[in-house]
Design a protein around this ligand. Structure first.
Ligand code: NAP
Length: 464
């Protein structure tokens, strides 16, 4: 690496594949805010070309990051490993042939409460290595490592036991390897204070995979998902639904970018920019970069349509009301369609239309009918199309009041309050089962919108 004679600094990210990387945006933003003149480029090197090309690609750079799958493979090309990079054999930041681990640094700076806690780490690759290192450095009580290939976690544990002979590090059992439809790790009896997902399970576009069971999440106090796309994974949404603190990997991505930039430009004043504001900016960009469907479900009168419209407007993405789509397609009101064709035929039409809406390009907010997600096949349609289900739950009394003058809902017509309450209780378990996040929608529309935004990790004040 020779550096540049002109005053524009050249940085880059080496890895493969790099298509969806947010790093150029993050570093350009940091450099602009802090007065560093420079550029940051993606430098994709196919795995079979790495050894032939890596030195040539890096020689004209002033500094670079290195990512999957080269965090260990770069080491023979470096003269020195600094700090944690040497001890834990992982490098993701380089300057003048010296390697650093800004990942470990970022995880040490994060709010993960390692000290004195029992930590479950899912995965045994590069991210898991950094998490395990940060947990042990910070004095965790114990660390359980789970991976679908047991030999991978066994190898990582053996290496770390040599580095930390007094630490309690053990292998978690492989309980469930059906990664398509169920949890990766589903031991209901385990208790972990902190759960960290360091696998790509749940990552866009395969957002439907929840890495652990709800029971495990409920028994924890803090959840961290190293995944940053989508902006909130099912794991993070589930934890937040139960009031458990949870953070997505964007926090780690931005923190490690700041650490890298400080290594490359030690004289720059990095306090000139706000990592939190940058995170918020990136989260709003995610709706375009990694489109998701925000699907609202709940009993009649819970506020799906009004909340959906307001939410879509705040997020600047389109809104669709599934009932409206069906009315347009059939040319009939839902009540008339029910009366003429019966509920079963209506449900079939509803399933077909849901599929169509879910397959649309781009992010969208969708208000479903009160009974749509009672069908498992519809939940599956949502899950397999990057959909996240928010259950808007209002007291049945509130729903009854909100819908008392509504003549367009076939299931409310001719029902007493008692019967409506009964229908609510019948449906409640299915709503809970289907949902990724539950919000209390008994209050105002603004309250409901703010609750959904909070679940997604979005904050208004910082949306500039
Ligand atoms: P890696 O080195 O390839 O390791 C991935 C680990 O996850 C391996 O143990 C792998 O096991 C396992 N895995 C992969 N797919 C799985 C699945 N469907 N179910 C269960 N286990 C699975 O990758 P990495 O660098 O550690 O990255 C892992 C995750 O961390 C990624 O989602 C990445 O986005 C995230 N990450 C985030 C940041 C950040 O700054 N936020 C930084 C680094 C990484 P197998 O070998 O059996 O596939």
């Amino acid at each position: 690496m020779t550096g540049n004679s002109n005053d524009r600094r050249k940085y880059g990210l080496i890895g493969h594949p790099l298509k969806h990387s947010l790093s150029p945006y993050i570093h350009d933003h940091i450099m602009r805010k802090c007065g560093i003149k420079g550029s940051y480029k993606l430098l994709d090197i196919p795995t079979d070309e790495f050894d032939d090309h890596v030195l040539k690609v890096t020689e004209c750079l002033d500094g670079y990051n290195i990512t999957i799958p080269y965090k260990e493979r770069i080491i023979p090309y470096l003269n020195k490993l600094e700090g944690h990079a040497g001890k834990y054999s992982t490098v993701n930041t380089v300057i003048e042939a010296k390697g650093f681990s800004s990942d470990i640094e970022a995880l040490l700076q994060s709010e993960i409460p390692y000290k004195g806690n029992n930590i479950l780490i899912l995965g045994a690759g590069g991210a898991a290595r950094a998490v395990l290192a940060a947990a042990l450095i910070s004095g965790c009580r114990s660390a359980g490592v789970w991976s679908r290939r047991t030999e991978q976690s066994a190898g990582l544990i053996e290496e770390f036991r040599r580095l930390h002979p007094n630490a309690i590090i053990f292998q978690e059992d492989t309980i469930n390897t059906d990664t398509k439809s169920t949890n990766l790790y589903s031991c209901d009896k385990a208790f972990y204070d902190v759960i960290v997902n360091a696998t790509p399970a749940g990552m866009w576009p395969e957002c439907g995979i929840p890495p652990v069971s709800r029971e495990l999440i409920l028994n924890s106090v803090y959840v961290y998902d190293t995944i940053y796309n989508p902006l909130a994974t099912r794991l993070v949404l589930c934890a937040r639904s139960y009031g458990i603190r949870a953070e997505s990997g964007l926090d780690m991505l931005v923190r490690q970018a700041v650490v890298s930039q400080k290594i490359w430009d030690p004289k720059a004043d990095l306090s000139l920019f706000s990592p939190l504001k940058l995170q918020q900016r990136v989260k709003y960009m995610m709706f375009n970069l990694f489109p998701i469907k925000i699907v609202l479900t709940g009993f009649m009168g819970c506020g799906k349509t009004v909340t959906g419209k307001a939410l879509a407007s705040v997020l600047k993405i389109p809104f669709t009301d599934l009932d409206e789509v069906i009315i347009e397609r059939t040319g009939m009101t839902i009540t008339d369609f029910f009366a003429e064709n019966g509920e079963e035929t209506f449900r079939d039409i509803e399933s077909e239309n849901l599929k169509e809406v879910m397959r649309k390009e781009g992010s969208i907010v969708i208000a479903t009918g009160g009974g749509t997600l009672m069908r498992d096949q519809n939940v599956e349609t949502v899950r397999s199309n990057r959909g996240f289900i928010f259950f808007l739950d209002a007291e049945p009394e509130i729903s009854i009041k909100r819908t008392e003058n509504d003549t367009l809902r076939p299931l409310l017509k001719n029902r007493t309050s008692e019967e409506i309450r009964e229908l609510y209780s019948q449906r409640l378990p299915a709503y809970i089962r289907a949902s990724d996040h539950i919000i209390d929608s008994s209050g105002s529309v603004t309250d409901s919108v703010n609750r959904i935004k909070a679940a997604l990790g979005l904050s208004d004040a910082l949306h500039t």
